[in-house]
Design a protein. Structure first.
Length: 257
């Protein structure tokens, strides 16, 4: 059961964003990152719509209190992420959602802040389902005895860690990552790990029944493991897909409970 980031919410407070001249804390280490973070929030949050023209560089310099070179670097990074288009003599124009690079960790993280109806998360789960299903199929034929032993040990540790959510989550992630690594698909693993690491609006189970949900996760992982032991790729794929769907259903219902 993955997609369980820490205490996420579907709202963003002003204090969570970087800032401007002491009003909010400048968390990013690099100054250009402050520009990227703030303007990205304005775009992905809907404050700035597609086609809107950003203020001029001198205006942004005054707003952020940074030099022209820092502002230009920030705009360059925003353009690389598909959020704006910089044109000489025409200024910087906000791009539509179709241009956004949603696999960029910063873009994905911020986009999920404003994903109040969980449309983007549903889409991400769909991508994850397809990729992990096929990676499980491939892993069934590729897992070594040593790798199977690691998965078995992981299952034992998950069982004993149900009362320790953070450790349980770490083991959960490790189980899935071990399968993906064994599949040999570097691209698939990279995409799924990007989703796991940056989908900040997934949820910590806190309602009654959370323990039962974690016990169900262990049981489903064990069923997947047994398919691997039997070297049954089709069964491993089917059980992986079912596990992802059931885990997401629990978390989705928990969010709207």
């Amino acid at each position: 059961m993955m997609f369980s980031m820490e205490d996420a919410t579907n709202t963003v407070s002003a204090a969570s964003r970087p800032v401007l001249d002491g009003q909010r804390v400048r968390r990013p280490a690099r100054m250009a990152s402050v520009v990227v973070e703030e303007i990205a929030h304005r775009i992905l949050g809907g404050e700035l719509h597609a086609g809107a023209v950003l203020p001029t560089e001198p205006a942004l310099e005054r707003e952020f209190g940074f030099s022209r070179s820092v502002i230009r670097e920030g705009l360059k990074l925003l353009e690389e992420r598909g959020l704006v288009r910089v044109e000489q003599g025409r200024g910087t124009t906000v791009q539509g959602r179709d241009s956004w690079n949603l696999l960029d960790p910063a873009v994905l993280r911020i986009a999920l802040v404003y994903d109040h109806e969980m449309v983007l998360l549903d889409d991400l789960i769909g991508v994850r389902r397809v990729l992990e299903r096929e990676m499980a199929r491939a892993a069934a034929a590729r897992l070594t005895e040593d790798e199977l032993a690691v998965l078995a040990e992981n299952l034992d540790q998950m069982t004993s860690s149900i009362g320790d959510y953070d450790r349980f989550r770490s083991l959960d992630l490790a189980f899935h990552d071990g399968v993906m690594r064994a599949s040999g698909s570097e691209v698939g693993r990279t995409i799924v790990r990007t989703i796991h690491m940056n989908a900040g609006h997934a949820f910590r189970l806190s309602a009654p029944g959370a323990r039962a949900a974690l016990e169900c996760t262990v049981a489903e992982h064990r069923a997947i493991y047994e398919a691997f032991v039997a070297r049954d790729g089709e069964l491993a794929a089917t059980r992986t897909e079912a596990h992802i769907d059931s885990a997401w259903a629990v978390r989705r219902s928990n969010q709207f409970a």
